[in-house]
Design a protein around this ligand. Structure first.
Ligand SMILES: Cc1ncc(COP(=O)(O)O)c(C=O)c1O
Length: 408
């Protein structure tokens, strides 16, 4: 049994909660640090409420484990970290919105920049605040993902411009890989080459940013040539890998999986239990009709909690005909250590489960959506596959109304 502490002050009446193991989180941080070696700094990516795990508890736990840097999306996420006592460096990965500069500097956040005007605005804010020290920034370069980042064609102008800003120190230069886990991906090889070329261009302008970073979790796991002296893993810290693969989809066998522990479990209860005759349509649209008499449990979870409606199960769903993934539409939960299928459409607050084969199933039984029950386990990746998405979305979608219970 996990000793749980309830971190939310609100009253919980609905049995639907996530258990977050801070010891597993700290373990994963140490596994990653050991993997990359002590000379490589880890920037623990805790954006989007620590991938749904609860940032106010997770970031301090990571700091305890030795994290010196944290990656967030925006200034407001960085301020939340400061308010919960994080003293380490905080990199704002998507940069600052115009007008936020003073707020970011007052909280000692480190902005990413991808346009010279951003660096100029930060320099003006630093002057207004009469800061004694130069403000460190990290330049984001677009090496091929075509999302955020300065194009290589504008790099020389940036380099000359930033040197004219005495308040600014170009501390870091980084880029993001589009397919880091696909080890034979040619576009990734080109991204890495462009990143190296960008470093050379900056060096030609006598700029040598000490922190160089490219690697997210996929690259941390399988591409040591991208580590430089700084890496930015998110997913690995929460206990999941995007298994390294090849372009044709085949797995890579010479990269060993890291000994990570999933950090989050998601649980609910059986709220109602009824015996249904054969031919009974279940739930919205009657999308599932009982083929034989069945015992059906209503459990307290729905898409309002973040359970994707795509996990709903219809009759006659043939995995062989599923064009997305054979498991899509084959959602399962664990009850009394056994796998039990979701039946019918997931609705906002309730989901139906066929418990005909679960001896003694009763109202109040624990239902595991993600996690272990007896010897069975459903991972967040399993749930993601059944919902036609990736584990990132499954974790981040866990909604606000699911209380997170953090256990040491
Ligand atoms: C810029 C950047 N770096 C690092 C990460 C962490 O990625 P991952 O969770 O795959 O490690 C992200 C996540 O989306 C990101 O946007």
């Amino acid at each position: 049994m996990l000793a749980t502490t309830l971190t939310s002050s609100r009253i919980e009446t609905r049995p639907n909660w996530a258990e977050v193991s801070l010891s597993a989180l700290r373990h994963n941080f140490r596994v990653v640090q050991q993997h990359v070696g002590a000379d490589v700094t880890i920037c623990a990516v805790v954006k989007c409420n620590a991938y749904g795990h609860g940032v106010e508890e997770c970031a301090p736990a990571l700091e305890q484990a030795g994290a010196k840097w944290f990656g967030v999306t925006s200034t407001d996420e960085g301020v939340v970290l400061r308010e919960c006592g994080v003293t380490g460096r905080i990199l704002v990965l998507c940069g600052l919105y115009p007008g936020e500069e003073e707020e970011a500097l007052r909280h000692s956040l480190t902005p990413a920049v991808f346009r010279l005007e951003q660096a100029e605005s930060i320099a003006r804010a630093a002057a207004r605040l009469a800061l004694a020290q130069r403000v460190a920034i990290h330049l984001k370069i677009d090496t091929g993902m075509a999302r955020l980042g300065i194009p290589l064609t504008e790099l020389e102008a940036f380099a000359e411009g930033v040197k004219r800003l005495p308040q600014i120190e170009l501390e870091g230069v980084f880029s993001h890989l589009a397919s880091s886990e696909v080890l034979d991906d040619e576009d990734t090889a080109r991204q890495i080459e462009r990143y190296e070329a960008a470093l050379r261009t900056l060096a030609n302008h006598r700029l040598h940013p000490p922190l160089r970073h490219l690697a997210n979790s996929g690259a941390v796991a399988g591409r040591p040539n991208t580590w430089h002296n700084f890496v930015r893993p998110g997913l690995l810290l929460y206990g999941y890998e995007y298994a390294p693969s090849r372009h044709d989809g085949s797995p890579v066998t010479n990269v060993s999986a890291l000994p990570l522990k999933p950090v989050l479990s998601w649980k609910t209860h059986i709220l109602g239990l009824r015996d249904m005759p054969a031919g009974q349509p279940l739930g919205y649209g009657g999308a599932y009709v009982t083929p034989a008499p069945a015992r059906i449990a209503a459990v307290s979870v729905g898409y309002g909690d973040g359970l994707s409606r795509k996990i709903s199960v219809r009759n006659g769903h043939d995995p062989a005909l599923c064009h997305i993934h054979p498991s899509v539409g084959h959602g399962e939960v664990l009850i009394r250590g056994q796998r039990s299928p979701i039946v019918g459409r997931v609705s906002m607050d309730l989901t139906l489960i066929d418990v005909t084969r679960i001896a003694g199933a009763a109202i109040g039984d624990e239902v595991v959506l993600i996690g272990r029950s007896g010897t069975e386990q459903i991972s967040a990746w399993d749930m993601a596959r059944c919902s036609d998405t990736v584990v990132y979305e499954t974790l981040c979608n866990l909604s606000k109304r699911v209380p997170r219970r953090h256990a040491e």
